[in-house]
Design a protein around this ligand. Sequence first.
Ligand SMILES: Cc1cc2nc3c(=O)[nH]c(=O)nc-3n(C[C@H](O)[C@H](O)[C@H](O)COP(=O)(O)O)c2cc1C
Length: 211
Amino acid sequence: MQDQPFTDDFRTQLDLLMRLRRDVRRFRTDPVDEATLARCLDAFSMAPSVGLSEPWRILRIKSEAVRGAALENFRTANAEALSGYSGDQAENYSKLKLSGMQEAPVHLAIYCDDATSKGHGLGARTMPEMRRYSVVAATTLFWLRLRAEGLGLGWVSVLDPKQLALDLNADPAWQLIGYFCIGWPEQISDTPELQSEGWEQRHAQLPIETR
Ligand SMILES: Cc1cc2nc3c(=O)[nH]c(=O)nc-3n(C[C@H](O)[C@H](O)[C@H](O)COP(=O)(O)O)c2cc1C
């Protein structure tokens, strides 16, 4: 395949896509077309992975019972997280919406198989965590591809991974990378919701140290 020259217009659009990526917690409940979702999932096949290990393992949650268990898991973990804050911070935390699990039409749990023999260990001998970083890198491509379709993704990590693995009947050797809510966003902003809600600010400038 010949290298395609990317245009200024494309670069402008790519910047816009990244600026409007957002972590989404407020979804409309209308379904996501399967062909659209499949196109977005193709991003995993294009993603980098250490040693070409492709260690991602994706579970699609369709059962109402399992969705309910995952939601309960989030609610419990979120209540526990709230109890770790006090004063104004607890008040602020309690107002945050930290998952769209109830509304999002598509739920995926994405795992890393650290025991995979694919890739023959290349690049992961001294740093086995590289396999997990590979799954995160792939997830980011998926996130952007979803956004390019107008879809949104919300990453949920406020969960007990052991309980989730039991409820999902996931391979016990897999490591949870995240629980992902996918669907049509109610709205999209260029500002992270945690910033709009006063929880945290983006850096005004990228900090880079020189050595
Ligand atoms: C590894 C990871 C875990 C995250 N877990 C959660 C979560 O449990 N709940 C939540 O509301 N957002 C979660 N987020 C989203 C971040 O809060 C969000 O990316 C950040 O506030 C910046 O907002 P933006 O993604 O809209 O730019 C997570 C993001 C990452 C990368």
